[in-house]
Design a protein around this ligand. Structure first.
Ligand code: NOJ
Length: 536
């Protein structure tokens, strides 16, 4: 490993949705011992960090994103001893652990909220956003919940409303209360002291809302939520001093890291939260939203790079637990050629790649056929227009065995019916598989600092079919060419002597004719000194 290697900048992060990765006790729900049993696999894949979706006690209205205790482990995932073992075993393999902190809201079962709703005089009352009704009993303002309906829930015994941006079982905390602020900052310290390496901050730009509770102005849209300009219910400037405070805590722990999930923010607003006195990074949702077109990805990546301040580093993702998987969006049937291009792009563009569990074997979303089968409540609310997020959260496919080797018990979500053919074991033994392709690109990336932290220059030739760019670092120059099409576009190689890192030793003509969906990575060979004329 080169000496300047910085895991969160140069490495790769692998997101695990713990319910769905590996189930050690056969209750149908994945758990920490299950993840521990797969650490060798994860290490062999070549990633540097695991982002664990929430593992804290939760009534699971929003599957872990409704937290009832920030400093404990949910028994369905294991014990604190299991977590300590996971941390130690991961560190032993040079794998870092990133926890998912959901600090905008708690579960309504959190002891703080249980106290808060007892009476207006309760010391915890002000820990949440309570407000009096308007005359005639109406909610305090027009704010809507993204998961449907008014964001205000009436508590008759208090004659007050409390605010929730998500489900009503997820009341938003009052971050202006100094005790809340301190309790939350203590959560960071608690896990950092345990040795955790970083955090993903759920909807952090929601922490503060307009103090005067002004109505959002109207706009055109389908659902109530979309018919408002969300200027007062998120992204208030009070976030900036708080980010500095969070960063000050993190900076006491060398090489620790925070990546934020913004909500309702465009790339420019997202980028403004990143930098040396703010978050290390934030997710660029714009990139994942692109349709299959190389120029779209290029434009979205370059505008992301331009938006970020000098002291911030980009990251890129295409899949997570909230949206259909990239392979589902881009591939035709079981054909993985586009999945190869998509992952190669993630692994070679400038920016830390985030992979979502199963992306390395091209997991497809499970089809949601009946409303009655849906687990994610928003899928039931908006059925059949929107079927929720179950599709991308199905069990990992390990083997051609019962339940794809995920669990001997009934899995909490069905396993995709393609598992007999699409699973880790099968792909490990097939040299042409997506898994082996991903491992190969990761190996190349790990050996090349230019792919990790090099500068980025687009090389525009046939932009409807090709995404090509140069990455340079110190004396190294690399060219990546990704053929997004089923055609054979040509690419003029810049002057110099180049070697293929995909197929070392293969002759590189001055005009390369690409095979359908081919990936090529070329490295410039250093000329012997004194520089000779180009001999190609
Ligand atoms: C964003 C998370 O990614 C999503 O899964 C969750 O439902 C909401 N935040 C609320 O926490």
């Amino acid at each position: 490993m080169n000496k300047d290697y910085l895991w969160w900048r140069d490495g790769i992060t692998y997101q695990i949705y713990p319910r769905s990765y590996a189930d050690s006790n056969n209750d149908g729900i994945g758990d920490l011992p299950g993840i521990i049993s797969k650490l060798d696999y994860i290490q062999d894949l070549g990633v540097d960090a695991i982002w664990l979706s929430p593992i804290f006690p939760s009534p699971d209205v929003d599957f872990g994103y409704d937290v009832a205790d920030y400093t404990a482990i949910d028994p369905k995932f294991g014990t604190m001893a299991d977590f300590d073992r996971l941390l130690a075993e991961a560190h032993h393999r040079d794998i870092h652990i990133i926890l998912d902190l959901v600090l905008n809201h708690t579960s309504d079962q959190h002891p703080w909220f249980i106290q808060s709703q007892k009476s207006i005089d309760n010391p915890y009352h002000d820990w949440y956003l309570w407000a009096n009704p308007k005359p005639h009993g109406d909610p305090p303002n027009n704010w809507q919940a993204i998961f449907g309906g008014s964001a205000w829930e009436y508590a008759p015994h208090l004659d007050q409303y409390y605010y929730h941006m998500f489900y009503k079982e997820q009341p938003d905390l009052n971050w202006r209360n100094p005790e809340v602020r301190q309790a939350m900052l203590d959560v960071f310290s608690y896990w950092l002291d345990k040795g955790v390496d970083g955090f993903r901050l759920d909807v952090f730009n929601m922490y503060f809302k307009d103090k005067a509770l002004r109505d959002n102005p109207p706009k055109l849209g389908l659902r109530g939520f979309d018919r408002q300009k969300h200027i007062y219910d998120n992204s208030q400037s009070e976030m900036f001093p708080l980010l500095q405070e969070i960063r000050d805590i993190l900076d006491q722990y060398p090489q620790s890291y925070t990546v934020g999930e913004t909500f309702l923010a465009d790339p420019a607003q997202t980028a403004a939260y990143c930098g040396e006195d703010k978050l290390h990074a934030a997710f660029n949702f714009d990139f994942a939203d692109n349709r299959w077109h190389p120029k779209r990805f290029l434009d979205s990546a370059t505008s992301w790079y331009q938006a970020l301040p000098e002291d911030a580093w980009p990251n890129n993702f295409l899949s997570n637990h909230d949206c259909p998987r990239a392979a589902t969006r881009y591939c035709f049937g079981e054909d993985d050629r586009r999945a190869k291009i998509a992952i190669a792009m993630l692994l070679t563009l400038k920016g830390t790649p985030f992979l979502y569990y199963g992306e390395e074997i091209g997991l497809r979303d499970i089809p949601i056929r009946r409303k009655a089968d849906i687990m994610d409540p928003i899928g039931k609310t908006f059925w059949p227009l929107y079927k929720g997020r179950d599709g991308c959260r199905a069990p990992m496919q390990w083997r051609d065995e019962v339940n794809a080797g995920f669990s001997q018990g009934e899995p909490w979500l069905p396993v995709h019916e393609n598992f007999p053919q699409r699973n880790v074991d099968q792909q490990a033994s097939d040299p042409e598989s997506l898994l082996n392709f991903v491992k190969k690109i990761i190996r190349i990336r790990r050996a090349e600092p230019a792919l990790q932290r090099g500068d980025f220059t687009p090389l525009i030739q046939d932009p409807r079919r090709l995404l090509a760019f140069q990455r340079t670092y110190q004396d190294d120059q690399l060219i990546v060419i990704l053929n997004f099409s089923s055609f054979n576009p040509e690419f003029q190689i810049p002057l110099g002597k180049w070697e293929s890192l995909i197929e070392p030793g293969k002759p590189i003509p001055s005009t390369l004719s690409l095979k359908p969906y081919e990936v090529e990575i070329l490295k410039k060979q250093h000329e012997p000194y004194p520089i000779e004329k180009d001999k190609r």
